[in-house]
Structure formats: C-alpha cells, structure tokens
Ligand binder design. Structure first.
Ligand SMILES: [Zn+2]
Length: 92
C-alpha cells in the first residue's frame, strides 16, 4: 500500500537579503494570520505586518465589546433604579 501526501509550498523572497526560498503554504497562512516572525535560510526575520484593514477590524471588535459592556452596566443601573422607584412607591 502506498500513501501519497501532497503538500503545497509557496515561494518567498526575504525582505532583507532577497533570497528566494520555499515554505509550506499552511505555515505561511499561519504567519499571515498571527503576524509572527519567520526566518529566511540566512537568518533574517520576516513578518507579514498587520494591514490597516486588520487594525480597523480589531478596533471595531474592541469597541463593540466595550459598548456591549457599557450597555450591560447601564441596563443593570436602570434595573436597580427601577427597583428603588418601586420600593419608594410602596412605602410612600
Ligand atoms: Zn534573508
């Protein structure tokens, strides 16, 4: 029985020494997503920087989470105030 496995490679040029080398596609996809460094055969660090669109998307996610938390806090305060008003009405 023969087991054949196909791996995809992409060519990369080092941003420092311009050497052409090949890296597995799944490894490069990870590097594109997490923006961590990888090295050329000569040891130079290379990185796929975060794009402005990715920065904007991250800011939007952070802002959305903050607004959601603020909304939850306001809702809790409103419910407490509503309870106070009900209690005041009962005892006045
Ligand atoms: Zn290099």
């Amino acid at each position: 029985m023969t087991n054949t496995q196909i791996e995809e490679y992409e060519e990369v040029n080092c941003c420092t020494c311009d050497i052409l080398f090949f890296i597995r596609k799944d490894f490069l996809d990870r590097k594109r997503n997490d923006h961590s460094a990888f090295h050329c055969p000569n040891g130079h660090g290379n990185v796929y920087p975060i794009t402005n669109e990715q920065k904007d998307a991250q800011l939007a996610i952070t802002e959305n989470a903050r607004l959601k938390k603020d909304n939850e806090t306001l809702r809790e305060e409103l419910l407490k105030e509503k309870d106070k008003n009900i209690i005041q009405k009962i005892f006045t």
